[in-house]
Design a protein around this ligand. Structure first.
Ligand code: ADP
Length: 454
C-alpha cells in the first residue's frame, strides 16, 4: 500500500505514527483516545500516510481493542488500513467543480460581491468591483484595508459600526458612499449576511454591494423639488391672502365716497352722472366681493384640518337655513337621502352644501326648481350629489367652472364671483375626495363629490 517491501518496514507503532500527515495528527489521536477511554465502540479515522515515493495516500484506519487488563488498560488491538485515495480524489474533484460553478455565477454578477471567511479574511471579490470602484478584485484581496479606505469619511463610522454588530443577525442593509479610484463619490446599497452550513458551522459573511448613485441622485432631486414646490405654494397662499386683504382697503374707501356722491347728486340734469356713479359703485362692490372670496379661499389652506365627526344631515339643514330667504323666494323644493356621519369640519361641509344649493337657486329655469341631495356608499368613500333642473352648463365649461373666477360667459342675470366652486373643490380635495359635474343644457346639472368614510 505504501510502496515498501516487508523487509523495508518495521512492526512498531512509530512506523505508522511518524508517517502521519502533520495536519491529521490531532484529529487522529483524539479519535483513538476516545476509543481507549471506552467512549466509542471502535476507532475510526481518515488520514494521510507518507509513502516510500514521498507522496501521501489517504487511508481509512479502523481498529478495536479486543482485550483489556484488570486495570482497564488495552492489551490487544486489531485494526485495518484501507486505501481511500481514489475516493478522496473524486470527492475533491466534485467539490472543486461545484465551487467552480458558483464562482462563475458570482464572477458574472453585475453587483460587487465579496466573501469574508470566519477568520475575517477576504477570500473572494467579484470582478464587477472594478466597474463600481475603479479598483480590481486582486487589489482588494491583496490589501483588505482597501475596503474601509475607500469609504467616504462621513460614512466610515456607520460602516464600521455595521460590521461590529452584524454577526448574529440575518441579512442587513445600509447605504453609504465610497470614493472611487478616480476620486468620484458613489452611493452603495450594501447588504450582508453571515452564512452557516446545514450543521451550523459558520462559513463566513456574504456581502453584496450595488451602485445606487443614480437612484440617490433622483431621490435628492425629488426632495429638493418637493421642498421648492411647498415653499412656492406657501408663498402663493401668503401672497393671495395679503393681496386680497390689502387691496380691499382702498376699494372699501372708494365705495364709501361713491355712496356719499350718489346721495349728494339730486339734481335731475346730473342723471347721467348718477348713472355712472351707480355703475362704478356696482363694479367696486363686485370687486370687493371677489376679493372677499379670494381671502376666504386662501384662508382655507391656512386653517388646519379637522378630525371631528359630523352629521351630514345637520350640515345640510344648516346650509338650507342659511339660504332661507333665497330658497323661499325661488319656491324651490329640496329633497334628500338620509346622509351619513363623516369625519369633516361641519362648517366646511355647510359651505359646500350652501354653495351648490345656492348655485341651483341662482341658475334656475323658469320651471319650479327641484333640488335633490343624494348620497351612496362606494367602497371606502361616500359619493354625494346635488342635482337640479336648472339651466344646465355647456360642455366646454364643465371643467373650467371649478377654476378661480371662472364663470359661464354671456351670463346675464345672476351675479357671482366665480369663487364658490373652486372653494368647494379645494375643500373636498383637502379631505382626499374629488368633485365634478354632469349637465344637460336646459335640463339641469348634477354636482358630485366624494369624501372618505374614515
Ligand atoms: P359664481 O356662482 O359666484 O359665479 P361658482 O364658482 O359657484 O361662482 O360657479 C361658477 C360658474 O358655474 C357659475 O358662474 C355658473 O356659470 C356655473 N354654475 C355653477 N352652478 C351651476 C348650476 N347649478 N347650474 C348652472 N350653472 C352653474
Amino acid at each position: 500500500m505504501l510502496g515498501y517491501g516487508p523487509s523495508e518496514i518495521g512492526s512498531t507503532l512509530e512506523e505508522w505514527s511518524q508517517r502521519l500527515h502533520p495536519d491529521d495528527i490531532k484529529q487522529c489521536y483524539e479519535d483513538l483516545e476516545k476509543h481507549l477511554r471506552r467512549e466509542s465502540p471502535f476507532y475510526e479515522n481518515e488520514h494521510r500516510l507518507l509513502c516510500k515515493d514521498g507522496t501521501y495516500k489517504w487511508i481509512l484506519d479502523r481498529g478495536k481493542v479486543m482485550e483489556w487488563d484488570t486495570d482497564g488498560k488495552p492489551l490487544r488491538v486489531i485494526g485495518t488500513h484501507t486505501d481511500i485515495s481514489e475516493r478522496k480524489r473524486m470527492e475533491e474533484a466534485l467539490k472543486e467543480s461545484e465551487q467552480e460553478k458558483f464562482r462563475t455565477v458570482a464572477d458574472f454578477t453585475y453587483d460587487w460581491e465579496y466573501w469574508i471567511n470566519p477568520a475575517g479574511l477576504l477570500v473572494y471579490v467579484s470582478p464587477s468591483c472594478e466597474r463600481i470602484t475603479g479598483y480590481r478584485n486582486d487589489e482588494f484581496i491583496n490589501n483588505p484595508g482597501l475596503l474601509t479606505d475607500i469609504i467616504h469619511p462621513e460614512d466610515k463610522t456607520l460602516f464600521e459600526d455595521h460590521f461590529k454588530t452584524r454577526d448574529s443577525e440575518p441579512a442587513h442593509e445600509i447605504d453609504f458612499r465610497i470614493i472611487t479610484l478616480t476620486g468620484e463619490t458613489r452611493w452603495i446599497g450594501h447588504s450582508c449576511q453571515v452564512v452557516h452550513r446545514k450543521d451550523g458551522v459558520c462559513l463566513g459573511r456574504r456581502v453584496s454591494n450595488r451602485d445606487i448613485t443614480e437612484r440617490k441622485q433622483m431621490e435628492e432631486d425629488l426632495l429638493q423639488k418637493t421642498k421648492d414646490l411647498m415653499r412656492s405654494n406657501k408663498d402663493l397662499e401668503q401672497f393671495a391672502y395679503v393681496a386680497a386683504h390689502d387691496l380691499r382697503e382702498p376699494l372699501v374707501a372708494v365705495a364709501s365716497y361713491l355712496k356719499v356722491l350718489e346721495r349728494l347728486s339730486h339734481n335731475p340734469i346730473e342723471d347721467n352722472g348718477r348713472k355712472c356713479i351707480a355703475k362704478a359703485l356696482h363694479l367696486v362692490l363686485r370687486m370687493d366681493a371677489m376679493l372677499q372670496g379670494l381671502l376666504s379661499y386662501s384662508r382655507l389652506t391656512l386653517t388646519p384640518q379637522s378630525h371631528e365627526i359630523s352629521d351630514c344631515n345637520v350640515c345640510l339643514a344648516d346650509a338650507l337655513s342659511n339660504l332661507g330667504f333665497e330658497l323661499k323666494k325661488s319656491g324651490a323644493v329640496v329633497t334628500n337621502d338620509t346622509l351619513p356621519m363623516i369625519r369633516i369640519n361641519s362648517s366646511q361641509l355647510v359651505t359646500i352644501f350652501q354653495n351648490l344649493i345656492g348655485n341651483a337657486v341662482k341658475y334656475r329655469e323658469t320651471a319650479p326648481l327641484r333640488v335633490h341631495v343624494g348620497c351612496v356608499s362606494q367602497g371606502s368613500e361616500y359619493q354625494f350629489s346635488v342635482s337640479d333642473n336648472g339651466i344646465g352648463i355647456e360642455p366646454p365649461y364643465l371643467n373650467r367652472i371649478f377654476n378661480m373666477f371662472e364663470r359661464v360667459k354671456d351670463l346675464s342675470g345672476p351675479s357671482g364671483t366665480g369663487i364658490g366652486l373652486s372653494t368647494c373643490r379645494k375643500l373636498v380635495e383637502r379631505y382626499g375626495g374629488r368633485m365634478w359635474v354632469n349637465s344637460n343644457v336646459g335640463k339641469g346639472s348634477t354636482f358630485y363629490f366624494t369624501l372618505p368614510k374614515d
